[in-house]
Design a protein around this ligand. Structure first.
Ligand code: SF4
Length: 331
């Protein structure tokens, strides 16, 4: 997909999220910028604590207090949504942005029959009769691959397998025909054999309805299977962003190289597998200069002093590394 030619549906500019604490204000997201076009899947990958889930929560208006958006802007379909009142944001969340989280049981009411939950969600957001809502609910159950939906309509969540429950959550997220879906580790809790089916389903539904998707995951394999472009996050910043095939076959940022090297079947074929030593810095211990420098095998003196900005490279790639040159490669 060549999203650059399509007007973005989601536009995030310079997003900054702070978490005030007794010991000072922690900067959790530091100037995140990206866009997603209709029908496009943007994967957001990184280790735990990189800020990828926080980015999704900021877009959904679901940051846990005292976390707050302290700068930047989020536009959905041209409308600014980061400053909306809570009630307005609730409407946007159900109607225009759907959410799929890791644990399907978090999104389902254990005491309500599946059919009723889907119907209720449809009627909360769309002006339809009970009969129409029932038909739409059955259609959605069919679309997400629930076998014999009429027979399963009155079943409770605990009567479904984990994979089927996650399909129901996807149906719930799509009830109001949202323009954007934020999916945070949507298959992490599922068996490997079911993961691929659920990812394929999400991918297909987005293509069919031209729904944009932000897919948050720690798993580069999930990104490779599902996303059009990928944003690699480290310590609250995007360090590399570009088309999935290009980033996977020729990662530029040393951190992305390390992520790829940790997955042998995805790694670049030349040279020994890379490893990332050490751990992501805590929010209150972000090193000066490039935050990756204590772990970077190619760090130079400059890296300890100056933080590189995300620079555009050929091939619709952006990289934040002093070694990235105009040809799109790191030395
Ligand atoms: Fe490594 Fe320096 Fe590039 Fe940071 S800027 S990733 S420390 S080479």
């Amino acid at each position: 997909m060549t999203s650059a030619r399509v007007t973005p549906l989601l536009q995030v500019d310079g997003l900054r999220v702070e978490i005030p604490t007794r010991r000072g204000v922690l900067l959790a997201l530091d100037g995140i910028s990206f866009h997603i076009a209709p029908g496009e899947v943007l994967g957001m990958v990184g280790e735990s604590g990189a800020g990828k889930s926080l980015t999704g929560m900021a877009i959904l208006g679901l940051l846990d207090p005292p976390g707050r958006i302290a700068g930047g802007q989020i536009h959905l379909g041209g409308r600014r949504i980061d400053q909306l009142a809570a009630a307005d944001m609730r409407r946007v969340r159900g109607r225009e942005i759907g959410a799929v989280f890791q644990d399907p049981l978090m999104s389902l009411n254990p005491l309500l029959r599946i059919g009723e939950q889907i119907m209720e969600t449809i009627r909360t957001h769309l002006p339809v009769s009970a009969l129409q809502a029932r038909e739409q609910a059955l259609d959605l159950m069919r679309a997400v691959g629930i076998p014999a939906p009429e027979a399963r309509f009155n079943a409770y969540p605990h009567q479904f397998s984990g994979g089927m429950r996650q399909r129901i959550v996807i149906a719930l997220a799509l009830c109001a025909q949202p323009r954007l879906v934020v999916a945070d580790e949507p298959t992490t809790a599922l068996d490997v054999s079911i993961q691929a089916q659920v990812l394929q389903l999400l991918r297909q539904l987005c293509r069919d309805k031209q729904t944009a998707m932000l897919l948050v995951t720690h798993d580069m394999g999930v990104i490779a299977e599902t996303a059009d472009r990928v944003a690699v996050m480290y310590a609250g910043r995007i360090v590399e962003l570009g088309p999935v095939e290009a980033v996977i076959s020729a990662p530029v940022h040393p951190y992305t190289r390390g992520l790829m090297g940790a997955i042998p079947q995805l790694g670049p074929v030349q040279g020994p597998l890379a490893q990332i030593h050490g751990a992501m810095p805590r929010l209150n211990a972000r090193p000066g200069g490039c935050a990756f420098h204590p772990r970077c095998p190619q760090a130079m003196a400059r890296c300890r002093e100056q933080d590189p900005d995300l620079q555009t490279q050929p091939g619709a790639r952006q990289v934040a590394c002093w070694l990235a040159d105009a040809s799109g490669s790191a030395a």
